[in-house]
Design a protein around this ligand. Structure first.
Ligand code: CP3
Length: 355
């Protein structure tokens, strides 16, 4: 086992002292980078890229060559799990993800494959171990999955949705069917994340991209409860180190006190939440990750730096903050603006970690 050369990301997640605030970016490997677009063209489709361990490793490393990020994230997608369950994932150019089959009845649910991540998602585990080898201890590797609720939105709707009308009708009219699907997904995700840890993931993030579309009561019943169930079943440590879990519910800012109690070591917050208030609400129960508006990267480098300064001051002194965007970086961003963003965090954050 190689020694980690930079562990400030893992230390901040565990709220241990660090020399400066660590940073990584959601979707840091992606279309805003010309080198990503080149590798993607070489691979063929996006899914071919995910299934080729060498190329998935290459695109994971690309942002790290440009920017001094404190973590790498596995290059894959949250929808690999529903694909393995038998729904047939494909991407329609310009329209986002689609499934050949959907889950809208007891029969659809019963028809899903019984999966074991080690076998049915072995291409993801190959990517994880290939990336770990290539990183050679430079920075920690983040594994991830979608939350059961977020995965279910795609499985029930058949793709992306604006109003979630089918899944919400199911949740409100057929709660038993909804809970059966969410329980199945929680089992599959717990197994999937456990296998990622065994393959080399050193921290985990659960993307609850659509939890924020629920009511306050609905969020606890249909999303938070199942993330809690997953976390309770994950290995607490691996290779002699804890494996911290980050829960990111986009739009979950008003439920922070509840989210902070779900068993995760860290909570991701989007840009609509005031990070100073968030810290007050969670206290020392969890670390916080976030939360610059991704659209700030369209502004000038000077304005980006000002925003970084404000977020650092908002969180204030001490450990427990991982800098990130409040959601994924978008394809139209100029890569030089990312340089300004990362440099600002590197240069302005040490003052918050002295004494
Ligand atoms: O963060 C990273 O760099 C790791 C890679 C990663 C991807 N998807 C790569 C990707 C991660 C962590 C994801 C998670 C993901 N996928 C989420 C949750 C995160 C979030 O943004 O809230 C969701 C909802 C998905 C589902 C999905 N996959 C969508 C909506 C899309 C975009 C479709 C489009 O055409 O815009 C994808 C495809 C996808 N996943 C791309 C990438 C780099 C773009 C594919 C391409 O190259 O065309």
């Amino acid at each position: 086992m190689t020694e980690l050369k930079n562990d400030r990301f893992l230390r901040a997640l565990m709220r241990q002292p660090v020399d400066r605030t660590p940073i990584w970016m959601m979707r840091q490997a992606g279309r805003y980078l010309p080198e990503y677009r080149a590798t993607r063209a070489q691979a063929g489709s996006f899914l071919d890229l995910c299934k080729n361990a060498e190329l998935a490793c290459e695109v994971t490393m690309q942002p790290l060559r440009r920017y001094p990020m404190d973590a790498a994230i596995l290059f894959s997608d949250i929808l690999t799990v529903p694909d393995a369950l038998g729904l047939g994932l494909y991407f329609e150019e310009g329209e986002g993800p689609r499934f050949c089959k959907t889950v809208r009845s007891e029969e659809d649910l019963a028809a899903l494959n019984d999966i074991k991540a080690a076998d049915d998602l072995s291409y993801v585990m190959n990517a994880v171990s290939t990336i770990r080898r290539e990183l050679n201890g430079a920075v920690p590797l983040i594994g991830f999955s979608g939350s059961p609720w977020t995965l279910a939105t795609y499985m029930v709707e058949g793709g992306s949705s604006k109003d979630f009308r089918r899944i919400k009708a199911m949740a409100y009219d057929q709660p038993q069917l909804m809970h059966a699907l969410l329980a199945l997904l929680a089992d599959a995700v717990a197994d999937y994340l456990t296998e990622q840890v065994k393959a080399g993931a050193q921290a985990l993030q659960i993307f609850d991209t659509w939890g924020g579309s629920l009511s306050a009561a609905g969020y606890k019943e249909f999303s938070l409860k199942y993330m809690q169930r997953i976390i309770a079943r994950l290995p607490n440590e691996h290779e002699g180190r804890p494996v911290p879990v980050i829960v990111f519910t986009k739009g979950g800012g008003q439920w922070l006190p509840a989210i902070a109690g779900c068993g995760a070591q860290a909570v991701g917050i989007d840009w609509t939440t005031d990070i100073a208030l968030a810290r007050e609400q969670v206290g020392d129960r969890v670390a916080l990750q976030g939360n610059m508006d991704p659209a700030m990267l369209y502004a000038s480098p000077a304005r980006i730096r000002e925003e970084v300064a404000g977020i650092l001051a908002g969180f204030g002194h001490g450990t427990g903050h991982v800098f990130n965007l409040g959601h994924g970086i978008t394809p139209e961003v100029n890569p030089d603006h990312v340089t300004a963003f990362v440099d600002a965090v590197q240069e302005l954050s040490p003052q918050y970690h002295q004494g």
